[in-house]
Design a protein around this ligand. Structure first.
Ligand SMILES: Nc1nc2c(ncn2[C@@H]2O[C@H](COP(=O)(O)OP(=O)(O)OP(=O)(O)O)[C@@H](O)[C@H]2O)c(=O)[nH]1
Ligand SMILES: [Mg+2]
Length: 281
C-alpha cells in the first residue's frame, strides 16, 4: 500500500464519527459534541501526517439522519468517496459500544444500497466509547449479540475499539492502520473505486438481462414451470391410484412406478399445452 492512507468514516448519527476522525488525526479537526451545532451534515475532508505517512480522513453525515433526505445522503456519501480520489482504502463503520439497535442492524444494507454491494469488503467496524468497556473485553461484548456478530462477519471479522476521550493513546490508531493495511493487501483491489464497482454491477445486470432476452423465451419458461406444476399434480394422482391398484393385486411395484412416471410426464406435457392454450403467458 502506498504512503497515502485514505479513510471514510460512516455510521449512524451521534456515534462518535467526528471524534474518531480527530483521534486518527491526533487533533481536533472535526466539530464533535452533543449540541446541534456539532452535527455533521456535509462530508468534510481533513488531512494530517501520522507515523510519517499522509492520512486523509473524510467525515460524513449520520445514516438515518433526520436532517437529510435519502437522496441528499446518497449524494454526500458519494461525494465523500470522491473527496479521497482515487478512492478510500477503508470505510470505518463507527458504532458506539452499547445497545445494538434495529437501525444498526440495517446499517450495512443501507451503505450497500447507497454506494455499492462491495462496500463490506472494504469495511472495518470501529467501536467508540471504549471507556465504557470497564472490566469487559470487546470479545465478550461481541459474543453477547448475534446481530452484531452477523454484521462483523459481513465485514470479514475486522474491528477496533477507540476511546476518543484519550487521544494520547496512539496505540489504538496504530493498530487500526495495521488492520487497514492488511485488508488492502488481501483485497484484490487496494482501494474502493466507486465508478468501477458501479460499472461492474451494471455489467452483471445487463448479463442477466441478456440471459433472458426475449418475451418469447420468458413465456416459454413460464409455460414450462406452469406445465410441470400441473403435471406433478396429475402424475401424483395417477401414481397414487396405480399404487393403490398395485397393492390390491398384491405387488407389481415396478410396473406401478413406471406408470406413475409416465403419468407425470404426460401430465406435464398436458399441463404445458393447457397453460399455453389458456394464455398463462
Ligand atoms: N466517553 C466517550 N465519549 C465519546 C467517544 N466518542 C465520542 N464521544 C462523544 O459522543 C458525542 C458525539 O460524538 P460526535 O463525534 O459528534 O458524533 P458523530 O457521529 O460525529 O455525530 P453526527 O455528526 O451528529 O452524526 C460527543 O459528545 C463525543 O464527545 C468515546 O470514545 N468516549
Ligand atoms: Mg459528526
Amino acid at each position: 500500500m502506498a504512503g497515502h492512507l485514505r479513510l471514510v468514516l460512516v455510521g449512524l448519527s451521534g456515534v462518535g464519527k467526528s471524534a474518531a476522525g480527530n483521534t486518527i488525526l491526533g487533533r481536533e479537526e472535526f466539530p464533535s459534541g452533543i449540541s446541534s451545532t456539532s452535527w455533521t451534515t456535509r462530508s468534510e475532508e481533513r488531512r494530517g501526517e501520522r507515523y510519517g505517512r499522509l492520512v486523509t480522513v473524510i467525515d460524513t453525515p449520520g445514516l438515518f439522519n433526520t436532517e437529510l433526505s435519502e437522496e441528499q445522503l446518497r449524494a454526500e456519501l458519494q461525494r465523500a468517496v470522491s473527496l479521497c480520489e482515487p478512492g478510500p482504502h477503508a470505510f470505518l463503520l463507527v458504532l458506539q459500544l452499547g445497545r445494538f439497535t434495529q437501525q444498526e442492524k440495517r446499517v450495512m444494507e443501507t451503505l450497500q444500497e447507497l454506494l455499492s454491494k462491495s462496500v463490506d469488503q472494504f469495511t472495518v467496524l470501529l467501536f467508540t466509547h471504549g471507556d465504557r468497556l470497564e472490566d469487559q473485553t470487546i470479545e465478550e461484548f461481541i459474543s453477547e449479540d448475534t446481530n452484531l456478530q452477523e454484521l462483523l462477519r459481513k465485514c470479514g471479522g475486522r474491528y477496533h475499539v477507540f476511546n476518543n476521550k484519550d487521544m494520547r493513546d496512539t496505540q489504538q490508531v496504530w493498530e487500526l492502520f495495521n488492520t487497514v493495511h492488511s485488508m488492502a493487501e488481501r483485497n484484490q483491489q487496494e482501494y474502493f473505486d466507486l465508478q468501477n464497482e458501479q460499472d461492474r454491477e451494471k455489467r452483471t445486470l445487463s448479463y442477466l438481462l441478456r440471459l433472458f432476452p426475449s418475451d418469447r423465451f420468458r413465456n416459454l419458461l413460464v409455460n414450462i414451470v406452469a406445465g410441470s406444476a400441473i403435471g406433478a399434480v396429475v402424475g401424483t394422482i395417477i401414481g397414487a391410484i396405480m399404487v393403490a391398484a398395485g397393492e390390491a393385486e398384491g405387488g407389481a411395484a415396478k410396473v406401478v412406478s413406471i406408470t406413475a412416471v409416465i403419468g407425470a410426464a404426460v401430465g406435464a406435457a398436458l399441463g404445458f399445452l393447457v397453460s399455453k392454450k389458456c394464455g398463462v403467458q
